[in-house]
Design a protein around this ligand. Structure first.
Ligand SMILES: Nc1ncnc2c1ncn2[C@@H]1O[C@H](COP(=O)(O)OP(=O)(O)OP(=O)(O)O)[C@@H](O)[C@H]1O
Length: 318
């Protein structure tokens, strides 16, 4: 069953084309990652699916209807990118307030426990840390026992522990059959949680597949070595220098190794391995990409030439 759908959806803001004929679906029970650099169109897509904005082309559906119709949103839970909480209310009061809007809300204690908020139940939200507020804001999306939850960068600004607490809450909802769309700059997060990943870039869907398949599509490998100057090498997508090691991202690791050997390059400790999703992402989008958590910021030297997404829906340059 399809719970949310975008069909050839476009959205313009004056001269900015935020989304350009985007099609994607979220089915019951799926946990889908929405990945893309700043300005890719992630929030715009979520805003269209939640009925906050209208598409300028194409159509969106939520639970079989128009998301702008309140009846379609009855089974929806959302946490937008920015939220506000009434500062004088206590955590448990905020949960009760939101729960009062639903016919069959989740028990407050259960919700707080799922999201690691039990200890904070009696605290006024104005006194919570930024990360604690964010966890509460995300937990509130689940109060009404939704069928589908859309989370716009739920863990931005959270430390590792808080992020894990949130992941646990999201996972427990998913295990019980709930569908989730979660946008993120954190590729490790998508890898950790999602079955499917939709990669957006420049308002277009660059790929829509399993995490493993997206990595496979890019086909980029990382050749790591200790070396001085590098000669020109075939199929190189990017070069990084980290702690005295040189990491070459390439579409053809065999050709790179052959070129190193035949070119008489003085190198040591050569290692070839598959890319992380982060690297796949950089190769798909062909730019520096977003700030990534715990990873090396984008240092791709060039576009995806030679390593372009073989089966991606659309090239980044279109
Ligand atoms: N209200 C608006 N008015 C004008 N332009 C907008 C508006 N909202 C978004 N945009 C533009 O549309 C494009 C897509 O923005 P969007 O916020 O959807 O991207 P995003 O992928 O969510 O980015 P981020 O990761 O930075 O949140 C950007 O170029 C942005 O500047």
């Amino acid at each position: 069953m399809t719970l949310a759908r975008a069909v050839e959806v476009s959205r313009r803001y004056q001269t900015v084309r935020a989304l350009d004929r985007v099609s994607m679906e979220i089915h019951a029970g799926e946990l889908v990652g929405l990945l893309g650099p700043n300005g890719a169109g992630k929030s715009t897509l979520i805003n269209l699916l939640t009925g906050l904005r209208r598409p300028t082309g194409g159509r969106v559906e939520l639970c079989g209807g128009d998301p702008r119709d309140p009846a379609s949103r009855r089974h929806l839970g959302v946490t937008p990118q920015e939220t506000g909480l009434p500062p004088t209310l206590r955590v448990r009061e905020v949960v009760d307030f939101v729960a009062a809007h639903y016919p069959d809300p989740i028990r407050r204690d259960e919700l707080l426990d799922r999201f690691g908020l039990t200890e904070l139940a009696k605290r006024q939200t104005g006194g919570l840390s930024g990360g604690q507020k964010r966890r509460l804001a995300v937990a509130l999306a689940f109060v009404g026992r939704p069928r589908v939850v859309l989370l716009d960068e739920p863990t931005t600004g959270l430390d590792v522990q808080a992020r894990r607490a949130l992941w646990d809450g999201i996972r427990s909802f998913h295990v019980e059959g709930g569908a989730v769309l979660l946008s993120s700059h954190y590729l490790e997060e998508i890898e950790e949680l999602a079955q499917r990943v939709v990669v957006l870039g420049g308002g277009r869907v660059l790929a829509d597949d399993t995490v493993a398949a997206v990595r496979g599509m890019v086909g980029v490998r990382r050749v790591s070595l200790t070396v001085g100057e590098l000669p020109p090498l075939p199929g190189v997508v990017g070069v990084k220098h980290v702690d005295g090691r040189t990491h070459v991202l390439t579409a053809d690791s065999d050709a790179v190794v052959r070129a190193l050997v035949t070119g008489g390059v003085d190198f040591s400790d050569l290692e070839v391995r598959p890319t992380s999703l982060e690297e796949a992402f950089l190769a798909l989008t062909g730019d520096g990409g977003p700030a990534v958590d715990g990873g090396v910021p984008g240092e791709a030297d060039g576009g995806p030439a030679g390593a372009g997404p073989k089966h991606a829906v659309a090239g980044a340059d279109r």
